[in-house]
Design a protein around this ligand. Structure first.
Ligand SMILES: Cc1cc2nc3c(=O)[nH]c(=O)nc-3n(C[C@H](O)[C@H](O)[C@H](O)COP(=O)(O)OP(=O)(O)OC[C@H]3O[C@@H](n4cnc5c(N)ncnc54)[C@H](O)[C@@H]3O)c2cc1C
Length: 572
């Protein structure tokens, strides 16, 4: 595995302003005259980092955001491949902290496409005057804790001394390439969906390979199938794809959204999944087969994630119930795909619905009825190597002009592990987490005072911005609490971290366990510890635990002053 970012990101920006004084720096270190002092240093200009920047600044902290890319958007800056779009309803994904913002931005579609999302996030940045706090082309390469503050170095040569270091570096932000011998030998064009170029890629009349049929692969495949000369899809794992059911938002719906803003916020801010979809109150086998199939048809035609959140209440709890829904989806696939052999290849036979992140599609299965589209099952004919003009499987070589790698990400911990973060006594975060992440609430870890990572491991399960926003709100309220109590250092105690992490691991593997075959467990990355990387107990558990922290006056944390010799306050 490799960090594809390092060589790909252009560096820009001017020299930092001097805010500190100190004599005689080491020869290879920046002079302290070149170190910029801030209260809060945020890393990552995605939806989480931008909100964190906004909240920290509004709370009166001097704040700076560093971003490796040259623009705003995070996921929606890097993943600009054809067909990239939301699986969350646009208006439920956008920010809710400002009613004015909500009213002035009209989403065009229920599930917006990448360009619209990128425009929205840029609008937010300018609307709230955040751009002057953001430095682009500044990939953080090291962050070291020393005496109550973090010294953070970016690849553009800037160094910051920050009281609080907040990494909003995302869970799907490090593209992953599988180990394929000779990958660098391919002389045609080659792209990873998660690192897509800004200039449009011309697919017209090209022989194209797409490797991977996860959420990104199944979005790009139908988006380019009509343009290419030929399309060969290399599939390792068939996924339970169901229709996204996107549509433009009509003027009446726009008016309804505006009128219902408060009610929508209430639902989104309290929903376990962060979606608007209502839970169903019936279990699968309470209905007759006829009733079930009618209900499943309704699900099939329903928007996005509602197939998961509004399906029968026992869908994820009862194997037979899950199998029944899978039977229905399999029948649908067989009814769409004309060639029975291809249809069978597209039906998952190794995992249940919901075990892996379910992709949502528009015209995906239909693509396989095109005579110029071919599906290669990599379980039967694995890729042996890349040649200079194509891909060799155990079945022979096929030649291509363009290869698209839709092969996913180093999920959860990838970006944090690559930042060379060192806490107390120089301990590296990647060593501290060698057996998997250990956190409290998915926001802090022991031995790394004043370091927070909202939207990181042990975070969102569901509509990401809602859950990540809860974390940002809690982190910001925590910084305010620390400041108002006369402290400047906060570190979670070991007991709280152990309890939370044990709970995550226990819930992730409790019956009926889904096994460890998904990227939620890091299973797509060879050698990565198989530990659950989301909050397995869901959003309500986060709410309960945050309430407890507040009720108990932050007993889970140790609060101290950097000028004190020993920690003060409660110990976790
Ligand atoms: C194609 C795709 C579609 C998705 N669709 C949905 C959806 O519909 N609904 C949903 O809820 N979620 C979706 N997700 C998940 C998505 O990642 C989150 O919704 C959301 O974008 C996370 O925001 P974030 O700000 O936490 O992280 P990101 O958006 O990933 O932003 C992190 C930023 O940190 C920067 N960064 C990382 N390391 C460094 C470093 N060392 N130095 C400087 N900068 C750094 C990165 O460049 C990046 O810009 C999707 C993900 C992908 C890949």
């Amino acid at each position: 595995m490799q960090d594809v970012r390092a060589d790909d990101i252009a560096l820009n920006g001017s020299s930092p302003r001097s805010l500190m004084t100190s004599p005689e720096p080491a020869p290879d270190e920046p002079s302290d005259d070149d170190v910029v002092d801030v209260d809060v240093l945020v890393v990552g200009a995605g939806i989480t980092g931008l909100y964190q920047l906004y909240r920290a600044r509004e709370a009166g902290f001097s704040s700076q955001l560093l971003e490796a890319g040259d623009g705003v958007g995070g996921t929606w800056y890097w993943n600009r491949y054809p067909g990239a779009r939301f699986d969350s309803e646009s208006y439920t994904y956008g920010y809710l902290f400002s009613k004015d913002l909500f009213e002035e931005w009209e989403w065009r579609e229920h599930f917006a496409e990448q360009p619209e999302i990128e425009r929205y996030l840029n609008h937010v940045v300018d609307r709230f005057d955040l751009r002057r706090h953001i430095r682009f082309g500044a990939k953080v390469t090291s962050a070291v804790y020393d005496a109550g503050a973090w010294r953070v170095v970016a690849g553009d040569g800037t160094t910051y001394r920050a009281q609080y270091f907040i990494a909003a570096t995302g869970v799907l932000s490090v593209p992953y390439y599988p180990e394929v011998p000779g990958r660098e030998n391919f002389r045609g064009e080659s792209y990873h969906t998660g690192l897509w170029p800004a200039a449009p890629v011309d697919f017209a009349d090209k022989r194209v390979a797409v490797i991977g049929t996860g959420s990104s692969g199944v979005q790009i495949i139908p988006a380019i199938a009509g343009t290419v000369a030929s399309l060969t899809v290399y599939q390792r794992t068939a996924n339970w794809c169901t229709p996204l059911n996107n549509a433009p938002i009509t003027p009446d719906e726009q008016a309804e959204l505006r009128a219902g803003f408060e009610a929508m916020c209430e639902t989104l801010n309290t929903s376990p999944s962060g979606f608007l979809h209502l839970a169903h109150d019936r279990a699968t086998f309470e209905d007759t087969k006829e009733e079930r199939w009618a209900f499943y048809d309704k699900m099939w035609s329903s928007p996005g994630f509602s197939k998961l959140t509004s399906n029968y209440s026992d869908l994820l709890m009862d194997e037979a119930a899950n199998a029944e829904w899978c039977t229905f989806v399999s029948e649908k696939i067989r009814s769409i795909v004309a060639d029975p052999k291809t249809a069978e290849k597209l039906i998952p036979d190794e995992h249940r619905f919901g075990e892996k992140r379910p992709p949502f599609v528009t015209g995906y299965f239909e693509v396989y009825n095109n005579p110029n589209v071919d599906l290669v099952d990599l379980r039967r004919t694995p890729i042996l190597r890349m040649t200079d003009n194509g891909i060799e499987t155990s079945d022979g070589v096929r030649e291509f002009d363009i290869v698209v790698w839709a092969t996913g990400f180093d999920f959860g911990t990838g970006a944090l592990a690559r930042m060379d973060i060192r806490g107390r006594d120089g301990v590296a975060l990647r060593d501290h987490w060698a057996d998997g992440p250990r956190t409290f609430l998915g926001i802090q870890t022991t031995g790394f005072p004043n370091f927070f990572f909202p939207g990181g491991p042990h975070a969102a399960a569901g509509n990401n911005p809602r859950y990540n926003g809860d974390q940002v709100d809690f982190v910001t309220d925590t910084l305010i609490y620390v400041r108002s109590h006369g402290f400047d250092v906060i570190e979670v105690g070991a007991a709280a971290e152990d309890k939370w992490t044990d709970m995550i691991d226990r819930w992730a593997t409790r019956a009926p366990s889904f096994g460890e075959s998904s990227y939620y467990f890091g299973s797509n990355i060879p050698g990565k510890p198989r530990k659950y990387l989301l909050n397995s107990a869901g959003r309500p558990k986060l709410f309960t635990e945050i309430a407890k922290v507040i009720e108990t006056d932050y007993q889970a944390f140790r609060l101290s002053r950097s000028s004190d010799p020993a920690p003060l306050g409660a110990s976790g």
